[in-house]
Ligand binder design. Structure first.
Ligand SMILES: Cc1cc2nc3c(=O)[nH]c(=O)nc-3n(C[C@H](O)[C@H](O)[C@H](O)COP(=O)(O)OP(=O)(O)OC[C@H]3O[C@@H](n4cnc5c(N)ncnc54)[C@H](O)[C@@H]3O)c2cc1C
Length: 443
């Protein structure tokens, strides 16, 4: 068994894939263009850098689909989950990480793995790989030249949409005589978020200020749809002045410890690093210019002296029409040596992209080791994502997908159980089926 796998992109999917293959003694080369060639969002040269939020979202594996995906990854000995668990910071019921420690951890693990070689190089053409196995795991910010190559080989126009980044402020610059620490409904440690209270007047002034502020022009992205789960704040406001108050700024489950007056809305900040020196403003991904962000955010009570470690921004996202161009092995229907993994396959999010890396590792292991590949059961979060991108999604309306209970096909949908109980039933079945699936692969 001499086959080597070339992985383009040392992000979450590429690293998980290489690591999982190494557990089967399969050699890989990871080609990562950073730090030589930069993207618009990454800041370092580390492998698996998180470009925006430091959160892997809910860690509740009983009632939440992303929490279920965490659990399935842990059952697969996922490197990304190991790094997240080892470098986590307080975030209520969510799993959030110190982003630098997280990516440094992965960087060290990958670079010291004898089965993996990291080559810092931008890949612009696939010809150099001849007939070897190649995996494209270059993510939402795939470099321009490689995007052009992908368009050529898929003979389908890749799609783009916006992805947005929220600003980060230094903790010491937040006025804690106005803001207070508390998680909604005291979840997690009870005080994982910093809350800034807004009166009705302050709330509507904030909305007006955001509306009237100068925005960065994105001419190349005109007519590009937004990703619904990560909308820029301007887009939320465009949908109605109260949208934020019923979304990230909802004032429920919180008690202002400095005042008896009930806030009309609450801006929340989530810890961004282990030291607790950085906090990101939840839901404030924005396309306002940097100057405007400074002016607008200083009107939020508690942030009047805020110092910014990073401003918010908007970026392109690239993905292929997977249901049309990929087969069930996540490889091109037209070229059996070219595989795809991660967000470029049309999943969305850190955890989902990692899961596709994990899935592809199992597919490639079976091909290289000449074993029968058994698909992950459709009742599992892994299996649902796999089915969604290769089969179930409508190719004409195909948009990147987060994991959710709607795509997990566990049992006859007419079953009477509803609400939380139904979710718990689905997660219980998923974990059981996933364990069996993993067991079958080791037999
Ligand atoms: C602006 C923005 C904000 C986001 N916010 C969030 C968020 O808050 N939460 C969330 O869960 N997800 C978010 N995402 C999505 C998240 O970034 C992805 O889900 C995840 O990083 C995808 O993992 P991946 O391994 O597929 O790609 P990545 O992690 O992006 O890794 C791809 C790697 O490929 C490299 N690369 C690109 N082109 C080449 C080339 N030609 N040659 C060699 N190397 C190359 C890149 O440098 C990068 O390191 C955001 C994405 C963007 C763009």
């Amino acid at each position: 068994m001499k086959k080597k796998v070339h992985i383009i992109g040392g992000g979450l999917a590429g690293c998980e894939l290489a690591y999982q293959l190494s557990l089967n003694n399969i050699f890989t080369h990871i080609y990562e263009m950073r730090p030589k060639v930069r993207t618009d969002a990454h800041q370092t040269g580390h492998l698996s850098e998180l470009v925006c939020s430091n959160s892997f979202r809910s860690d509740d594996s009983v009632y939440n689909a992303v929490g279920l995906l965490h659990e399935e990854l842990r059952l697969s000995n996922s490197l990304i989950m190991e790094a997240a668990d080892k470098n986590k910071v307080p975030a209520g019921s969510a799993l959030a990480v110190d982003r630098d420690m997280f990516s440094e951890y992965i960087d060290t693990k990958i670079k010291s793995n004898k089965y993996i070689k990291v080559i810092n190089k931008e890949i612009t053409s696939l010809k150099i790989f001849n007939d070897d196995i190649v995996v494209i795991a270059t993510g939402p910010l795939t470099s321009k030249k490689l995007s052009e190559e992908i368009e050529k080989i898929t003979s389908k126009k890749s799609l783009d949409f916006f992805d947005a980044i929220a600003p980060i402020v230094y903790y010491e610059s937040i006025d804690m005589d106005i803001a207070w620490k508390q998680s909604r409904y005291d979840k997690g440690d009870g005080d994982d978020y910093i809350n800034c209270p807004l009166t009705k007047f302050e709330y509507f002034k904030l909305i007006e200020n955001i509306k009237n502020s100068p925005k960065t022009e994105f001419k190349n992205f005109e007519n590009t749809p937004f990703f619904e789960s990560c909308l820029p704040i301007e887009e939320m406001i465009r949908r109605g002045p109260e949208t934020l108050r019923y979304g990230p700024l909802k004032p429920v489950g919180l008690t202002n410890k400095h005042s008896n007056e009930k806030p009309y809305a609450v801006v929340q900040l989530r810890q961004d690093n282990k030291l607790g020196t950085l906090y990101n403003i939840v839901g404030f991904q924005t396309k306002m210019t940097y100057g405007a962000q400074k002016n607008v955010f200083k009107n939020i009570p508690g942030l009047q002296n805020a110092k910014f470690a990073r401003f918010g921004g908007l970026h392109r996202n690239t993905f292929i029409k997977s249901p049309k161009v990929l087969d069930k092995y996540l490889r091109l229907r037209t070229n059996k040596n070219i595989f795809f993994a991660g967000q470029i396959t049309g999943v969305e999010g850190y955890v989902e992209s990692t899961a596709i890396g994990n899935l592809l590792a199992r597919i490639l292991s079976s091909i290289i080791l000449n074993k029968k590949f058994i698909s992950a059961p459709k009742s599992t979060a892994h299996g649902s994502l796999h089915k969604h991108i290769t089969k179930n999604a409508n190719v004409n309306t195909f948009q990147p997908m987060n994991i959710n209970f709607g795509i997990i096909d566990s049992f006859n949908e007419n079953i009477k159980v509803k609400g939380k109980e139904r979710k718990a039933l689905k997660t219980r079945k998923a974990i059981k089926d996933f364990k069996n699936w993993i067991k079958k692969q080791t037999n």
